[in-house]
Design a protein around this ligand. Structure first.
Ligand SMILES: Nc1ncnc2c1ncn2[C@@H]1O[C@H](COP(=O)(O)OP(=O)(O)OP(=O)(O)O)[C@@H](O)[C@H]1O
Ligand SMILES: [Mg+2]
Length: 379
């Protein structure tokens, strides 16, 4: 039986757009199909010109069509969607902001789209990673925990909420900015983690000089204008301290679980305690403490407690939450952060195993026991 156009469409159905994570057939990206004997030509409409994933799409289209019996060669060429087509695509994927506004009066936005993660029945676990002061390793922990959760097969998204001191794109090794489809941002991915950061919109050498309301708006856009597609986890790397951003986020993400990072010395632990008090004020619950830079092991095997000892355990006891991990000080962690290859990608190393275990504790031991349900309403 000769191959028909319908056969080609069926073969292309499992091929997904790598960024939109939907079938290219459903996304109406497959435009023309021409079968001539053992040769097939397929034309694909890219969402945006210069799509960075063009080569990848071309490869998967060719491979899918070549699985059809009797087909020897496949030609793939590209066109680009029109503005109207992009708008239709965005509305199909992301909904109409005007239609969804007001569905969640407490947390939605009057003019825009409601924040999906604010819904009580959202299937996404939101983890806010906080600390009382800067430089304790929050961003390093967030990045590596995200990578380790992804390695467990979870769908993981990461918001870099440190709008002044953004560091996630570099630490995660994301090299390209988000794709923009008709005002919808598609987050780039690295090591299985999709992320958004002010770093994509600001020059690394230029300070971000925004203040309260603009920051609030920017964070809201990180949550609403980005196509997140219901991840299992949304990790948020907070800026150090207990400022405006943390308060805005608490309002946006009322079901979030907060994790506090501290170093082992008593001073740091007292400062970290402030982050926990802030959590309480904004009605968020601290779910665990992570101690970082707990010890350093020299080449001769001697262990040094460079930053004191016991801070994590004391803070955990005070807050009546578990100390979920102690992360040693290892130079490879900093190197990995600087080169965009997080240590958690390799669970066979000692430090990789620490993050794999941290991810297991979060994913298994601290999994909420009750599914969250919308409040029952009797009408
Ligand atoms: N366990 C560790 N071992 C070695 N280096 C580490 C460790 N944790 C963090 N670092 C390094 O310490 C520095 C600060 O870490 P990081 O940027 O993650 O902290 P932060 O709390 O996010 O800081 P900020 O408050 O500036 O956002 C980085 O250079 C990082 O590579
Ligand atoms: Mg940081």
């Amino acid at each position: 039986m000769p191959v028909t156009e319908a056969d080609v469409v069926d073969a292309l159905r499992p091929v997904q757009d790598p960024e939109l994570r939907r079938s290219i057939v459903d996304l109406e990206m497959v435009r023309t199909i021409r079968v001539a004997g053992s040769h097939v030509d397929v034309q694909i409409a890219l969402t945006v010109p210069g799509c960075p994933l063009k080569a990848e799409i071309s490869g998967s289209v060719s491979a899918a069509v070549a699985t059809l019996g009797g087909i020897d060669t496949v030609g793939v060429d590209f066109t680009v969607m029109t503005d109207e087509e992009r708008e239709t695509l965005r509305l199909g994927l992301h909904g109409d902001p005007a239609a969804s506004a007001g569905t969640n009066p407490a947390h939605g936005h009057a003019e825009g789209r409601a924040i999906p993660f604010a819904e009580a029945n959202s299937s996404t676990r939101v983890l806010l990673i906080a600390s009382g002061k800067g430089g304790v390793g929050k961003s390093s922990v967030t990045t590596n925990l995200a990578v380790a959760l992804s390695a467990r097969g979870r769908d993981v998204a990461l918001v870099d909420a440190d709008v002044w001191g953004f560091s996630i794109p570099r630490m995660l090794g994301v090299s390209r900015p988000p794709t923009v489809i008709d005002d919808m941002l598609i987050p780039p991915e690295a090591h299985g983690v999709r992320c958004i950061s002010m770093g994509f919109f600001a020059d690394e050498d230029q300070p971000v000089i925004w203040r309260g309301p603009m920051l609030h708006k920017a964070l809201e856009q990180f949550l609403t204008d980005v196509y997140w597609d219901e991840p299992d986890y949304l990790l948020v790397d907070l800026p150090p301290g207990t400022g405006d951003i943390s308060i805005s986020l608490a309002g946006f993400l009322p079901t979030a679980e907060m994790y506090v990072v501290t170093t082992p010395q008593p001073v740091a632990q007292r400062v970290a305690q402030r982050a926990a008090f802030m959590a309480e004020k904004v009605h968020l619950k601290v779910h665990g403490v992570i101690e970082n830079m707990s010890w350093f092991t020299g080449d001769d095997g001697t262990t040094y407690e460079l930053f004191g000892a016991g801070g994590g355990a004391e803070l955990a006891e005070l807050l009546e939450v578990p100390l979920i991990a102690q992360v040693p000080f290892v130079p490879s962690l900093r190197e990995g952060a600087d080169t965009g290859l997080p240590v958690a990608v390799d669970a066979s190393t000692e430090i990789g195993a620490v993050f794999a275990e941290m991810a297991r504790v979060v994913d298994v031991d601290l999994r909420p026991t009750k599914r969250r349900h919308r409040e029952l309403r009797i009408i």
